[in-house]
Design a protein around this ligand. Structure first.
Ligand SMILES: [Zn+2]
Length: 320
C-alpha cells in the first residue's frame, strides 16, 4: 500500500528530502548540495539524489510512496508545476520543475512557494495544528509569510501573495530588498537585526556581543543576540525588543486583515523566547483591533528546519 509521502525542501544551497508517514513522522532523510547555479538539469539530478538517499535511509521503496511535495523559492504556477521565477536559481524563468521529477519517480508531484509550504507544515504537523486561519512569519535572510485558510494555502490570484514581509510599517524606514522603504523585511530580516545590534555596540557601550563574535561585529548572528539577551545583555535585550516591535507591527496588520486564530513565528531569532514574544504581543495588543487580537494566539514555530520537508509531505498528502 502507498502510505508514505516525500517532502522536498529545495533551497539555494542544499536540497533536503524526507520520507514522512501519514501523521507527520520523518522516517529518513537525504541532503545534498542543490547546485543552484549549474542550471535546471543539475538541480533536478541533485533533487532526485536527495530523494533516493531519503528512501534508503528510511528503508522504503518509491512504490510505497503516494506522492511528492516540493517547497521551492520564488513564484510559481504550482498547479502546472512551473516555476515562474526564482531568485536562487540560474535562469529559472518559466521552468517546468515538477514534470521531470514526476517522470523520473513515477508518482504524483506537487509544489508550492517555500514560505507557503513551511506554513502548511506548521499547520499540518506543528504549532498551527487544528487552526482555522493561521498566519506564519519566518524571520530569516528575508521575512517570509504564509497564510492557511480552512486547510488551504492562500496564494493570491497569481501566487505572489501573501507577502506580509513587504508590507510597509515605516514609510521613512530603510530601503528593502524589493526597492521600497520601510517594509517589515527591511526592519526585521537577519541583517537588519545584526546591524542594529552592531551599531549600538559600536557606540562603545558595554556588551558581551563583542566577545561572542571575537571582536568582529560583522560575524554577529541572531542566535548570538538571542543568547546574549537571555543573559540580560542590555544591547541584546534592546535589539530583541525592537525586533519584537517591528514583527509585532506586522502581526498587528495580519491580525486585522485575516482575523486568525493563530500567528506562528519562525526563524533563528524566534529562539529569543519570551523576551521577543512579550514585545510582539504587547505591540499587537496595542495596534490590532482588540476583538481580533483577543482570539489570536501568537506562538513560536515548532518544526524548525523540518518545516519545508514536512510541509511538502503534507501538501502531497492533501493533493493525493
Ligand atoms: Zn520590501
Amino acid at each position: 500500500m502507498k502510505k508514505y509521502y516525500i517532502g522536498v525542501d529545495l533551497g539555494g544551497t542544499n536540497v533536503r528530502s524526507s520520507v514522512v508517514t501519514e501523521d507527520g513522522k520523518i522516517l529518513g532523510g537525504g541532503k545534498v548540495p542543490s547546485k543552484a547555479m549549474e542550471g535546471l538539469d543539475a538541480t533536478v539530478e541533485q533533487l532526485l539524489l536527495s530523494v533516493k538517499l531519503a528512501l534508503e535511509s528510511a528503508g522504503k521503496d518509491i512504490s510505497e510512496v503516494a506522492g511528492v511535495g516540493m517547497s521551492v523559492p520564488g513564484t510559481h504556477k504550482s498547479k502546472e508545476g512551473i516555476v515562474v521565477w526564482s531568485p536562487n536559481f540560474k535562469d529559472w524563468n518559466g521552468v517546468n520543475l515538477a514534470g521531470p521529477i514526476r517522470e523520473a519517480l513515477g508518482v504524483p508531484v506537487c509544489m508550492g512557494n517555500d514560505a507557503n509550504v513551511a506554513a502548511f507544515g506548521e499547520y499540518a504537523y506543528g504549532a498551527g495544528k487544528g487552526t482555522n486561519i493561521m498566519v506564519m512569519l519566518t524571520l530569516g535572510t528575508g521575512v517570509g509569510s504564509g497564510v492557511i485558510i480552512d486547510g488551504k494555502i492562500f496564494t493570491g490570484v497569481n501566487e505572489v501573495g501573501p507577502e506580509l514581509g513587504h508590507t510597509i510599517i515605516q514609510t521613512d524606514g530603510p530601503r528593502c530588498s524589493c526597492g521600497r522603504y520601510g517594509c517589515v523585511e527591511a526592519l526585521a530580516r537577519r541583517d537588519a537585526i545584526i546591524d542594529r545590534a552592531a551599531r549600538k555596540a559600536h557606540r562603545g557601550r558595554d556588551t558581551v556581543l563583542v566577545d561572542m563574535c571575537n571582536n568582529d561585529l560583522r560575524d554577529l548572528t541572531p542566535a548570538m543576540i538571542s543568547e546574549a539577551a537571555s543573559k540580560g545583555d542590555e544591547i541584546a535585550v534592546e535589539t530583541v525588543k525592537e525586533t519584537g516591535y517591528y514583527v509585532g507591527m506586522a502581526v498587528s496588520n495580519a491580525i486585522n486583515i485575516f482575523n486568525p486564530d493563530k500567528v506562528v513565528i519562525g526563524g533563528g531569532i524566534a529562539a529569543a523566547g519570551d523576551l521577543l514574544f512579550d514585545s510582539i504581543k504587547t505591540t499587537a495588543r496595542v495596534n490590532a483591533l482588540y476583538a481580533a487580537y483577543s482570539v489570536c494566539e501568537i506562538v513560536p514555530a515548532e518544526l524548525g528546519d523540518d518545516a519545508g520537508t514536512l510541509g511538502g509531505a503534507a501538501l502531497a498528502r492533501a493533493e493525493a
